[in-house]
Design a protein around this ligand. Structure first.
Ligand SMILES: [Cu+2]
Length: 234
């Protein structure tokens, strides 16, 4: 009988190394088909290559695929299919990060401190813990020619070292699931428009972390990171 002979043959193969491989193959063939998570993708819709931008600021629109970019995921542990946008102007490091963007496919980069002439915008998708997904990186070169270039303000040398303080939260307060944060700073002017531009004494922005003892961005598992100037500054 052919079938008997075949099964005896398979049994004898299974006793050998090659038989183990066949057994593994048979097991794989009987497993339900599992869809792999489609890779996140980003494309820059505007500006287009070599566009001349004559407005005050740089408006950016993107198309994103296979990523849920809701702001509520930012800072949580990494999860496939979740992430947000990192945008960098004329560089590829944290120093040129104009900001991160979530919950939207468009954003505006302030023209403050951007010199007229050619510039390169890079965008990529970052994981919840702000790790760049290098394979998603896209770039576009454009010509920035505003009617009136915006120079950065004069540096403000602080009288003493800048300090930040949290005004509205007490140690041990029970909060959630959402809470507002009221931060103030002395000897410091927060400016989102200067983010990712050259350092300017007396100016900067806030980073906010929850559930971490570290303030180094390279350390993974930072729970929440926001950077902005939309806080009360007294
Ligand atoms: Cu990020």
């Amino acid at each position: 009988m052919v079938s008997l002979g075949l099964s005896r043959h398979i049994r004898s193969l299974i006793r050998t190394g090659s038989g183990l491989m066949i057994a593994a193959l048979l097991l794989l063939m009987t497993m339900p088909f599992v869809h792999a998570q489609a890779a996140p993708e980003i494309t820059i819709v505007s500006p287009k290559a070599n566009d001349k931008i004559t407005g005050k600021d740089i408006n950016v629109t993107m198309d994103m695929k296979n990523v849920d970019n809701a702001c509520k995921w930012v800072g949580l542990p990494d999860k496939d299919g979740q992430g947000h946008i990192h945008a960098m102007l004329d560089g590829m490091s944290m120093a040129q990060l104009t900001n991160f963007y979530c919950g939207t496919n468009s954003f505006t980069i302030s023209g403050l401190g951007v010199k007229p002439g050619p510039h390169t915008l890079m965008v990529d998708i970052a994981t919840n813990t702000h790790e760049d997904m290098d394979k998603t990186m896209k770039m576009v070169k454009f010509d920035y020619q505003p009617a009136s270039p915006q120079a950065v303000p004069a540096a403000k040398k602080p009288a003493s070292a800048p300090t930040a303080k949290i005004n509205n939260l007490k140690d041990g307060a029970v909060l959630g699931p959402k809470f507002n944060l009221d931060i103030a700073a002395d000897n410091f002017t927060p400016s989102a428009d200067l983010e990712g531009k050259l350092n300017l004494e007396g100016y900067g922005h806030f980073h906010v972390f929850v559930d971490t003892q570290t303030h180094r961005l390279s350390v993974p598992r930072v729970q929440v990171l926001f950077s902005c100037d939309r806080v009360r500054n007294e």
